[in-house]
Design a protein. Structure first.
Length: 301
C-alpha cells in the first residue's frame, strides 16, 4: 500500500514506533527511523535504538535510514525532515510518535516536568509537521499521523503535562487538516492502547493499578500498526481530521467536542438564575470525573 512513499517516524527506536517502522517498510515505504535514544523520562541519548530498527528493516530486504535528532527543537526537527529528503529525495508521511513521561500529581509537578513533556509531545509534533509542511504543500500531497492518548481525551491521574500535550495534539491535527485540505494533505490522530516501555512506567502500588497494568500487558503494540499504514496510504485520501483508537483487535472512532444541550432565558442571565435554572437544567449532561480505565472498563478483545 505504500510502495514508493517516504515515511518519517519519530520515536521509532522501540515500542509502537518500531512496529510502525517495520509495518510501513513491509508495505513498501522507504522509512526514516528517528529516535533520540533517551530514557522514558527523556534523559540521555544513544544512536543504538534507531540504528537497530534500521538494521531490522534492511535485513528484511526493505529500505530505511536513521536519524537521531531531537523533535523538541525547531532546528533539529528541520534536520529530521532534511534527513528524509537527503536519504530518499522526498517525504510523503510524518508520524509524530516520539514521547516522554514525567508523571506527577499536578500539585507537585515542577515547571521543568511540565515543559519537558510539552516540548517533546506538543511542540515536537508541531515542529516536525511544520518542517514537512512546505514540501507537502508544493507536491500537493502528504499525510500527518499524530499519537494522542485517552489521558487527554478522557483523563488520568498524575499526568497533567502529558494529558494537556495529548489533547493539544488533537487541536493541532484538526488545524493541520483544515489548513492543508486545499493541498490534498490530511491529518489524523491515533490513541493507542498497548503495553510499551512508556506504559511500563505506570505505578503498580494498588490492586486497581495492578489490574490495569495486567490488562495493558495483553495488548500488543503491533496491533496498532495496520491502522497507521492505512492512514499513510492513498486508500485514506478522504480520511482527515479524525481521532481513532486501537485496543487489541478493536478500532474506535472518537467523538469531537460539540454542544450537548443549551438553555435560553429571555432577557439574559444573572448569577442567581444561572444557579437556580441553567445549572439544574444542564446537570444531567455533566461528565463525571472519569479516567481512561473507567470508560474502557471491559477486557481487551
Amino acid at each position: 500500500m505504500l510502495e514508493g512513499k517516504v515515511v518519517l517516524i519519530t520515536g521509532a527506536g522501540g515500542g509502537i514506533g518500531r512496529d510502525f517502522a517495520l509495518a510501513m517498510a513491509k508495505a513498501g515505504a522507504n522509512v526514516l527511523v528517528n529516535d533520540l535514544g533517551t530514557s522514558v523520562k527523556g534523559e540521555g541519548a544513544s544512536t543504538t535504538p534507531a540504528q537497530k530498527v534500521v538494521d531490522e528493516i534492511r535485513a528484511a530486504g526493505c529500505t530505511a535510514a536513521a536519524s537521531t535528532d531531537s523533535v523538541a527543537d525547531w532546528a533539529s526537527a528541520n534536520r529530521i525532515v532534511q534527513a528524509a529528503l537527503d536519504a530518499f529525495g522526498r517525504i510523503d508521511v510524518v508520524v509524530n510518535n516520539a514521547g516522554i513521561l514525567r508523571d506527577r500529581f499536578f500539585f507537585n509537578m515542577s515547571v521543568e516536568e511540565w515543559k519537558a513533556v510539552i516540548d517533546v509531545h506538543l511542540n515536537g509534533s508541531f515542529y516536525v509537521s511544520r518542517a514537512a509542511a512546505n514540501h507537502f504543500k508544493s507536491q500537493e500531497s502528504g499525510a500527518h499521523i499524530h499519537m494522542t492518548s485517552t489521558s487527554g481525551l478522557v483523563g488520568n491521574l498524575g499526568q497533567a503535562n502529558y494529558s494537556a500535550a495529548k489533547l493539544g495534539i488533537v487541536g493541532l491535527s484538526k488545524s493541520i487538516a483544515l489548513d492543508m485540505a486545499r493541498y490534498h494533505v490530511r491529518s489524523n490522530c491515533i490513541a493507542p492502547f498497548a503495553w510499551s516501555r512508556m506504559i511500563g512506567s505506570i505505578p503498580t502500588e494498588t490492586p486497581d493499578q495492578q489490574a490495569r497494568v495486567e490488562k495493558l500487558k495483553s495488548m500488543e503494540t503491533a496491533k496498532i500498526a495496520p491502522l497507521a499504514v492505512f492512514l499513510a496510504s492513498d486508500a485514506a485520501k478522504d480520511v482527515s481530521g479524525q481521532i481513532f483508537g486501537v485496543r487489541a483487535n478493536e478500532i474506535f472512532l472518537f467523538s469531537q467536542n460539540r454542544p450537548l444541550r443549551s438553555v435560553h432565558r429571555d432577557g439574559g442571565w444573572t448569577p442567581e438564575t444561572v444557579a437556580s435554572q441553567a445549572i439544574p437544567a444542564l446537570r444531567a449532561h455533566f461528565y463525571p470525573l472519569e479516567r481512561s480505565q473507567d470508560v474502557f472498563s471491559w477486557d481487551p478483545i
